[in-house]
Design a protein around this ligand. Structure first.
Ligand SMILES: Cc1ncc(COP(=O)(O)O)c(C=O)c1O
Length: 371
């Protein structure tokens, strides 16, 4: 159909997710190492809380900020686990970490403003900066796939408003050290730059420690979700904590775009955050076992790969991202091209090991034949 319809440039210029396009071309028996979600089901006690919420008729709008008990529980979680204090009224419950990122960027970034993002980094940072009217500037990573203050400093201009930090990282599995976080916080404070810290993989960490920038600096927007920690990607439940003046601005965007997060998912999240945490440790152990299996297999094949310290992705080197991904797809393994995560991701593919041991072994066998 032809049409002379005009569209807004802020959306028209965004590329449709390269990763999704690839799934569509895959056969039904393909091994899926392209997906960014745990292959586990949501734990039963969390599901039960949602069923109870429905049966209790908890089906109306909640306040815009979100259910008070959930924000209280998150305030305690931030203090105990992330080592910083935030009052429940400076926490907004969102529709996934995605919406939290969106409202943070809408609140902080305007036309011409620059947002420093890790390159390679999670695809939404660039797209949501574009939608906000700002300009994303990719910053190269260290050899261990982290951001360091010295390199970030080279990319700061008088237009820089935000620095996005994501540890553990999608797509590389890199984990920032405490010293690196300290350096980034000092640099950001010196230049009056707000850090947006995306911590959705905080519990999926095998080496090193998780350090929240908000435990060091107060000019930080902390973003998180139940999606990855509790195998709840489809529930669409995230949260964001920030200094009060930023929360006030984000809340306006949230109220008009979203009204409130899903009431039932909020009750499920309350059970997730306040309930037994063994499920989190069990999933982490499974991911770690699979990581070891995959990394050893890649090593045996002579494929170079930095050992991921967190999340559930490996980011091995290949000659040409797209060519490798297409060859693997034809042979029945779905992966993602490193170039989808920024120009500096070229020369890599992203493998998600949130899949069964059996599929990892099969995929390694195919990689040995194809790459
Ligand atoms: C680093 C990172 N941040 C945010 C998200 C989005 O999370 P949610 O599903 O809670 O919107 C993802 C999902 O893949 C991610 O990898």
């Amino acid at each position: 159909m032809t049409s002379n319809r005009r569209f807004a440039e802020r959306v028209e210029k965004i590329d449709i997710s390269g990763i999704r396009k690839l799934f569509e071309g895959a056969g039904p028996n393909a091994i899926n190492m392209g997906l960014g979600q745990p292959d586990f089901d949501t734990p039963d006690h969390i599901k039960q809380a949602a069923i109870d919420a429905i049966n209790d008729g908890f089906t109306g709008y909640t306040t815009g900020l979100g259910v008070p008990e959930l924000r209280q529980a998150l305030s305690e979680k931030f203090e105990q686990f992330n080592n910083f204090q935030v009052v429940p009224d400076d926490i907004i419950i969102t529709s996934g970490a995605s919406e939290a990122l969106h409202i943070a960027l809408l609140a902080l970034v305007g036309p011409g403003d620059e947002v420093l993002v890790p390159d390679p980094g999670f695809v939404s940072y660039v797209a949501l900066t574009d939608i906000s009217g700002g300009r994303a500037i990719g910053v190269p990573l260290t050899d261990t796939f982290t951001l360091d203050a010295e390199t970030v400093a080279e990319y700061i201009t008088d237009k820089t408003r935000v620095l996005v930090v994501n540890s553990p990282s999608n797509p590389t599995g890199g984990v920032q050290t405490r010293d690196e976080i300290q350096g980034l916080c000092e640099l950001a404070n010196d230049h009056n730059i707000t850090i947006i810290s995306d911590e959705v993989y905080e519990h999926i960490i095998y080496e090193g420690e998780h350090v929240s920038p908000a435990s060091i600096s107060n000019n930080v927007v902390t973003i998180n979700a139940t999606s990855k920690t509790y195998a709840m990607t489809g529930w669409r439940l995230g949260y964001v904590a920030a200094p009060h003046d930023i929360t006030e601005q984000m809340l306006k965007a949230h109220q008009y775009v979203q009204a409130c997060a899903n009431s039932i998912a909020q009750k499920a999240a309350l059970a997730a955050i306040t309930g037994p945490q063994e499920c989190v440790a069990e999933m982490r152990e499974s991911f770690m076992r699979r990581r070891d299996l995959l990394i050893k297999g890649l090593k045996d094949l002579g494929i170079e790969c930095v050992e991921p310290k967190g999340a559930f992705y490996a980011f091995p080197k290949v000659d040409n991202s797209m060519e490798a991904v297409m060859k693997l797809l034809e042979a029945g393994v779905i992966t993602a091209p490193g170039s989808a995560f920024g120009p500096r991701g070229e020369g890599h593919i992203r493998l998600s090991y949130a899949t069964s041991d059996k599929d990892i072994v099969r995929a390694l066998d195919i990689m040995g034949q194809v790459l």
